[in-house]
Design a protein around this ligand. Structure first.
Ligand code: FAD
Ligand code: NAP
Length: 543
């Protein structure tokens, strides 16, 4: 695998002395956590595996990478000066701009002096006698802290399937979630793309524009809604900034933490022609709000079918070869897997240099020295791009050997699936917090406000402990069990439970099938977190 050069660097020397908090990860979550804790006078340190800040936007440098929540909303709101000063150039900012934004935040709030780069945490264990976390890196260096905060990301552990023959391939290999820092140009090359999720949907049109030949290996087609991406005009930016507080407030009241119009109408109670007009309006507007058209789309299969059929018809219109169009048209529930937002994805399959290879029945037989083999046919290529996703939500956490009271291993505790209280902490792991952990709304929402809400909650909690002379906090077993049951019960009611998505862990062989994010919506979740804090951290054991 071609790896970012940063990986070759050695772990920096870890500082001596005990910290109030060690934060693992310098994505948006780690950056804001550090800022909050420092503001409160806590001594905090961030440990980050990469050589720079930005997390997702540091690692995912593949061609076409950009956000699918509009930039003006996929941004921090904790500092009004920041949101007033920063100008987003496009409706959906591309990776370089998002990375520049993360760097700007780090510089603006002078965060770098407390971030240690090129430092991958391999183990974190709770020393019960000292009441401290001992955080270790692969080369045996260690640092201690009263609190350990995992800001390790929900989509930060790339999934590389164990393809037969993978190591024999003689050409270039890339994973979208682990893209090299130098410019990769596929001009004149034969390229294989494995996967058709959001990362592939974004990169395929661009790679197709460069490559001599692109083979797309598709196991399951995905629904993609047009982005209608465009530059943001100065007038638009001024209008947003004139009422940023209003926009944020409206967003907070929506299930997904995004300000867009959710309808209260039901698809099945709407006449077909009116329904078609509504879908067309949203299709023309573009973006994730397509699924906000009707309130029953994610709970009633017949309602969902109306939206799914609308998109399938659009695919048939866009793709000239009827056989290819049929292969690209998903048959499963729309929105069950995360909706993709595209720029010219389906049209790319009209290009003479692009071929779709259906592997839904046979799978990929092997990777060979010269390419990819499917049903006995070898597709010879110069480069393979693996857009095969992530070991989501639990992957990055479980890569670290986390040990709580009595040496309790998190890997052991989560053997049957993740168990948390509010996605913020785990019974048996005192003073350990997870930002956007499993059991929180996280990946079902606009993640920037979700991250801010978690960080604020954790910061307030540490302030409370300090003010009350308390040294420890951990969820009770009962609170954790009750929350897990609630998360599972809500998930079982929606259609999101009906397909093999990464929300359920189905993309990783052997991973327990558990719906990991909290589906009750952002407002309900905020209310619950506030209630817990307001009642002196109800459900947590303090000592
Ligand atoms: P991350 O950004 O993932 O950062 C985690 C950091 O922790 C990484 O830098 C990683 O190196 C570090 N780390 C992990 N383990 C260790 C360890 N053991 N030791 C040291 N460091 C470690 N969400 C949206 O809401 N809207 C979008 O439009 C959107 N687009 C996305 C596009 C892509 C391509 C991907 C992959 C995800 C996208 N997401 C989006 C989700 C995105 O992950 C979040 O929005 C957000 O960036 C997460 O920030 P974070 O700080 O929690 O995690
Ligand atoms: P993904 O959605 O999990 O897609 C992975 C793709 O690889 C799927 O098509 C999958 O097929 C295929 N695949 C995996 N293993 C395979 C195998 N052994 N053989 C053949 N095909 C295989 O991953 P992703 O595209 O990286 O996206 C992950 C998430 O990151 C998104 O859902 C989204 O939340 C976020 N993201 C957002 C954006 C954005 O637009 N802002 C962009 C990228 C990512 P199956 O479906 O059959 O498993």
């Amino acid at each position: 695998m071609t790896q970012p050069q940063v990986q070759a660097k050695r772990t920096e020397t870890l500082p001596k002395g005990n910290f109030d908090a060690v934060i693992v990860g310098a994505g948006f979550a780690g950056l804001y956590m550090l800022h909050r804790l420092r503001e409160m006078g806590f001594k905090a340190r961030v440990l980050e595996a990469g050589s720079g800040v930005g997390g997702t936007w540091y690692w995912n440098r593949y061609p076409g990478a950009r956000c699918d929540v509009e930039s003006v909303q996929y941004s921090f709101q904790f500092s009004d000066a920041l949101q007033q000063d920063w100008d987003w150039s496009e409706r959906y900012a591309a990776q370089p701009e998002l990375l520049a934004y993360a760097n700007h935040v780090a510089d603006r709030f002078d965060l770098r002096r407390d971030i240690q780069f090129n430092t991958r945490v391999s183990r974190a264990s709770f020393d019960e006698t000292a009441g401290r976390w001992v955080i270790e890196t692969g080369d045996g260096a260690r640092v201690t802290a009263t609190h350990c905060i995992m800001a390790t990301g929900c989509l930060s552990s790339p999934n590389m399937p164990a393809f037969k023959g993978l190591e024999t391939f003689a050409g270039e290999r890339y994973h979208t979630g682990y893209w090299p820092h130098e410019n990769i140009d596929f001009t004149g090359k034969r390229v294989a793309m494995i996967g058709t999720g959001s990362s592939a949907v974004q990169s395929i049109p661009i790679i197709a524009g460069q490559a001599k030949q692109l083979f797309v290996f598709q196991r399951t087609p995905n629904y993609a809604i047009p982005a209608h991406n465009a530059p943001l005009t100065p007038q638009y930016r001024r209008a947003i900034k004139a009422d940023y507080a209003g926009l944020r407030e409206r967003a907070r009241k929506n299930m997904t933490g995004i300000d867009f119009d959710y309808s209260d109408a039901a698809a099945l109670e709407t006449p077909p022609d009116e329904r078609a007009r509504e879908y067309e309006t949203r299709w023309q507007r573009g973006g994730l709000s397509f699924l906000g058209a009707y309130k029953d789309l994610m709970v009633d299969q017949a309602a969902n079918d109306t939206a799914a059929e609308f998109v399938r018809a659009k695919i048939r219109e866009k793709v000239r070869d009827a056989r290819v169009a049929e292969l690209l048209a998903p048959k499963n529930t729309i929105g069950c897997k995360r909706l993709c937002i595209d720029i010219g994805y389906y049209e790319t399959f009209n290009r003479p240099n692009v071929s779709l290879v259906d592997v839904s029945e046979s799978g990929i037989e092997a990777i060979t020295q010269q390419g990819v083999k499917v049903e006995g046919r070898e597709y010879k290529v110069d480069a393979i791009v693996f857009a095969t996703g992530f070991d989501a939500m639990t992957g990055a956490l479980l890569k670290i050997d986390i040990r709580g009271k009595g040496g309790l291993s998190l890997r052991e505790k989560w053997r049957e699936g993740p168990r948390t209280y509010l996605g913020l902490g785990m019974a048996g792991f005192p003073n350990l917090f997870t930002i956007t952990g499993p059991g929180s709304p996280s990946v079902l929402t606009n993640m920037l406000p979700t991250i801010e809400q978690h960080v604020d909650w954790i910061a307030d909690c540490l302030g409370y402990l300090r003010d009350h002379g308390l040294a420890r906090i951990e969820p009770s077993e009962q609170a954790e069990q009750d929350w897990g049951a609630h998360v599972g019960e809500l998930a079982g009611r929606t259609l999101r439970y009906t397909c093999g998505s990464w929300y359920l862990g189905v993309n990783i062989p052997g991973k327990p099938r558990v719906f990991m994010p909290y589906i009750g919506g952002f407002p309900r979740y905020i209310e619950k977190c506030s209630e817990v804090a307001g009642k002196g951290y109800e459900g947590f054991l303090l000592g």
